[in-house]
Design a protein around this ligand. Structure first.
Ligand SMILES: [Zn+2]
Length: 86
């Protein structure tokens, strides 16, 4: 489990391989949120989804983490991580 050198596969080695196919070439990205009032990226909120009277998610006052999305360059599998607090 050490970082190989020399003939590294194409793509970024981020410390883990794809959990679906084992390929070590993973690229980092994020999940876009293109909603009208969005800042352009999706966030992770702890706790199960609760909906308010208008059907939207109740999220007032809840902490949020950035979502880091790592994509396998072979099979396209996405691995999501809740990153830093926002
Ligand atoms: Zn894969």
């Amino acid at each position: 489990m050490t970082t190989g050198n020399g003939d590294a596969p194409a793509g970024q080695f981020v410390g883990f391989g794809c959990t679906a196919c084992g390929n070590p070439a993973i690229e980092e990205g994020f999940v876009e949120d293109s909603g009208e009032y969005s800042q352009g990226f999706s966030r992770w909120i702890p706790g199960p989804l609760e909906r308010g009277i208008f059907g939207g998610a109740r999220r007032m006052g809840k902490p949020r983490r950035a979502i880091r999305a790592f994509r396998c360059q072979r099979c396209g599998h996405l691995e999501l991580y809740a990153g830093e607090w926002l």
